[in-house]
Structure formats: C-alpha cells, structure tokens
Ligand binder design. Structure first.
Ligand SMILES: *Cc1c(COP(=O)(O)O)cnc(C)c1O
Length: 236
C-alpha cells in the first residue's frame, strides 16, 4: 500500500470519527485511532506512523518486536490487543503501553508478577466476553466486579478500562446493542468506586463497526483493514 492511499484511508476514517463523535455530542479528541497492524510489514507501519493515527495495536508479539526493533512506530504508543499466553507475558510486559486483552485472572496474575519483577506498573484493560461466546477470550460481565477487586490487590497492574471484540456476524443494530451494553457495564463499574481502578478507556469498534462504537461511547477504535486494506496472510 502506498503512502497516498494510506493517507486517504486515514483521512476518511478521521472524518467519520469526527462526524460520529459530533453526532453523539462528544469531543472528537476523546476518540483515539488505533491502527491494528497485524500482518503489515515494518515499512508500512512506519509510513502510517507518520500520518494522523494516535497509536498502534498489535496481536502478535513477534510482529510487535520486529516493528520496535525497526523503530517503525516512531515513538507512538503500542497496545497489545491479541491473545496472550501466560507463559509469554515476559515479552509484552514493559513493552506495550497498554495490554488490552486481559481476559482472565490467570493472565492478570502473570502480568502482575512479571511487571513486579521488572519494577514497573503495567497498564491494562479488562477484556469482556459480553455474549459469552465460547470461541472468545474475556471475562463475563458478572465476574467484572470480582476481577477489578482482585486487580486492586495487585501492586503492579493498573486497570484503565474495558475492551471487547464485537461478534463477527452482526447487524448494525446488534453492534449498537453490544456497544451500548459495554458502555453501560463500564458505567456500572465506575459506580462501584473501586480504588485504584480507572474506567476511562472503552476500546471497542473495528473497521466495520467503529462509527456505531463511537456513537455508543468508544474512546479507542482499533482499525486494521480500513487503514491498510484487506490482510494477506502468508503461509509458511
Ligand atoms: C485485527 C483486529 C482489529 C482490527 O480489525 P479490522 O477488521 O481489520 O479493522 C481490532 N481488534 C482486534 C483485537 C484485532 O485482532
């Protein structure tokens, strides 16, 4: 993908973000554009980092590491948004500004232990499996309170908010219900006033759903195909 096309795509998305935010009575500055970089080579990541995106989201630590070594992010923050095995946390803690995909207590514990070892505090989001989809990671809504209470007993993680991945086959109305439920869950959790937990971040919405997500309160939208075009998976 050439730079002109990247610029056009990002410009279009920015315009959509702006309009969706204003429609919802929100400040467009409160919506952060996260470029989901999976499968993209470092040169494309670097070209996009020069453009109007706020941060990157990576699913695969090997890709994240390669882009970091190539200095492709140009200092922009990187969030880890993919499935993370507990035995692999060492490679992500302290490198990703935020680990968004924390969907189990086991993973929370492992991240806390590694962050403590490194002498730092790792910012995280709690991933919610709103529809209890068996194929999906994430904690169930009814377990959020106990999970947040657990998180506050950990000295080396800081919860910034919630993230979720909408169901793959969903209509716009279904997406809207999904995003609204997540916003309501976040609001409910704020009212628990759990010390040390901030719930300012709501990461939801992807290429096919970000407009609706913003209308329903997303602070971060994670967009891959809309920026980079369809993904090409290399088979090895
Ligand atoms: C790939 C991915 C995205 C972006 O998906 P697109 O449909 O390409 O916009 C967002 N979030 C997560 C967790 C992803 O893995």
């Amino acid at each position: 993908m050439d730079t002109a096309k990247l610029e056009e795509n990002i410009g279009f998305i920015r315009q959509q973000i702006r309009e969706a935010a204003l429609r919802a009575g929100r400040d467009p500055k409160d919506v952060h554009l996260c470029a989901a970089g999976k499968t993209q080579p470092s040169e494309v990541i670097r070209a996009s980092a020069k453009l109007d995106i706020d941060l990157f989201g990576e699913n695969r630590m090997q890709e994240m590491r390669a882009h970091m070594q190539a200095d492709a992010y140009l200092g922009k923050p990187v969030h880890f948004i993919g499935h993370l095995q507990t035995n692999k946390v060492r490679q992500v803690v302290g490198k990703a500004a935020v680990i968004e995909s924390v969907g189990s207590l086991r993973l929370l514990d492992a991240i806390d232990a590694e962050a403590a070892k490194q002498g730092m505090t790792q910012n995280i989001l709690i991933e919610i499996n709103l529809g209890k989809e068996p194929s999906k990671a994430g904690i169930f809504a009814e377990d959020l309170r106990s999970t947040l209470e657990q998180a506050t007993t950990k000295g080396s993680v800081h919860v910034l908010g919630l993230m979720a991945i909408p169901p793959v086959v969903a209509t716009e109305d279904e997406n809207r219900d999904f995003f609204a439920s997540l916003r309501e869950l976040s609001q409910l959790a704020k009212n628990w006033n759990i010390e040390g937990v901030s719930l300012d971040v709501l990461s939801m919405g992807m290429s096919d759903s970000y407009v609706t997500a913003i209308e329903e309160g997303a602070t971060h939208v994670r967009i891959g195909r809309g920026i980079f075009g369809e993904r090409v998976y290399q088979s090895r």
